[in-house]
Design a protein. Structure first.
Length: 210
């Protein structure tokens, strides 16, 4: 219909006026920056022109919860609400990436010492290692497989142990089958007997039978 046809300025102006008449929304004044922004009827409840303005308006001293202490009753309500709730692997990765973006790492951190962290420290602080650790803890129900004592807050701490040691077998670092739980005492005892290099499944089976 309009192919190859030029639209006159008068027609454009008439179409613009017609569109203005059909508008049911209205312009709102942003509470943060004061700029005018058109909002459709379904968006009239929004009082800001952008997410950034909303964030700037509701952080720090402007936040209605600023300086208020959370009551024990409120903490208990939040605890019960999140009890048993589990994030998916994709959500955990997104949270991990977002938290790393917010945190000042590398040269931007005031504790930066020129990049002296070892490969082992970097790997053990990664999402993959934390996920592997959580899977091992859940697999063995947070219980030492030597003395069968569960980890608790009273001082019985548990460790995730690589059956084939971390340094010599990089391909098995995040393998769920290459992990087991030992309490701190049993973990130290195992490494005092077999050392920390070139550990394997045969040594672990021998230790667990003792």
């Amino acid at each position: 219909m309009f192919k190859g046809r030029k639209i006159s300025n008068e027609w454009k102006e008439n179409m613009k006026k017609s569109w203005e008449k059909r508008k049911r929304g209205k312009n709102i004044i942003c509470l943060q920056c004061g700029e005018s922004k058109y909002r459709s009827p379904s968006q009239l409840k929004h009082k800001f022109c952008s997410k950034q303005c909303w964030y700037n308006h509701n952080t720090g001293v402007n936040n209605y919860k600023f300086g208020k202490k959370v009551t024990k009753k409120e903490l208990e309500r939040i605890r019960k609400m999140n009890l048993g709730r589990k994030h998916s692997i994709q959500t955990r990765k997104k949270i991990s990436i977002a938290s790393r973006k917010r945190a000042k790492t590398g040269k931007d951190n005031i504790l930066w010492k020129g990049g002296i962290s070892t490969e082992e420290n970097k790997t053990k602080g990664s999402f993959n290692h934390n996920y592997w650790k959580l899977e091992i803890l859940e697999k063995y129900n947070f219980t030492c497989q030597k003395c069968f004592q569960a980890g608790n807050k009273e001082g019985n701490r548990i460790n995730t142990h690589h059956i084939f040691n971390f340094a010599d077998y990089p391909e098995k670092r995040f393998d769920i089958e290459n992990g087991i739980i030992l309490c701190e005492k049993c973990h130290r005892e195992f490494h005092s007997i077999y050392g920390k290099k070139d550990t394997n499944n045969k040594q672990l089976k021998e230790y667990l039978k003792k």
